[in-house]
Design a protein around this ligand. Structure first.
Ligand SMILES: [Zn+2]
Length: 76
C-alpha cells in the first residue's frame, strides 16, 4: 500500500528511500539503469541487448575459423 513512497534499487532489488543518490546496500547509483530497471522507458533496453547478442554472434563467427585452424594445427 505504501510502496509508492519507496523506490526499488534497480541493481539489487532492495527497497530504498526515494531521492537518494546511491543505493546504501550495493552502492550503485540510483539512475534506473540497473538490470532490474523495469520502469525505465527512456532507455531502449531490448535494443541494447539485441546489439550485445549480435556483437557476440559476430565475435563467435570471427573466432570460429581461428579456433578451427588452431585445432587443425594442434592435431596434425
Ligand atoms: Zn542496490
Amino acid at each position: 500500500m505504501d510502496s509508492g513512497e519507496y523506490n526499488q534499487c534497480t541493481y539489487c532489488g532492495r527497497t530504498i528511500f526515494p531521492g537518494v543518490a546511491a543505493c546504501p546496500y550495493c552502492h550503485q547509483y540510483t539512475d534506473g539503469k540497473g538490470p532490474l530497471g523495469l520502469g525505465a522507458e527512456d532507455t531502449p533496453r531490448k535494443f541494447s541487448r539485441t546489439y550485445v547478442i549480435a556483437g557476440w554472434l559476430v565475435l563467435v563467427c570471427t573466432l570460429l575459423p581461428l579456433l578451427y585452424a588452431l585445432y587443425v594445427w594442434l592435431t596434425r
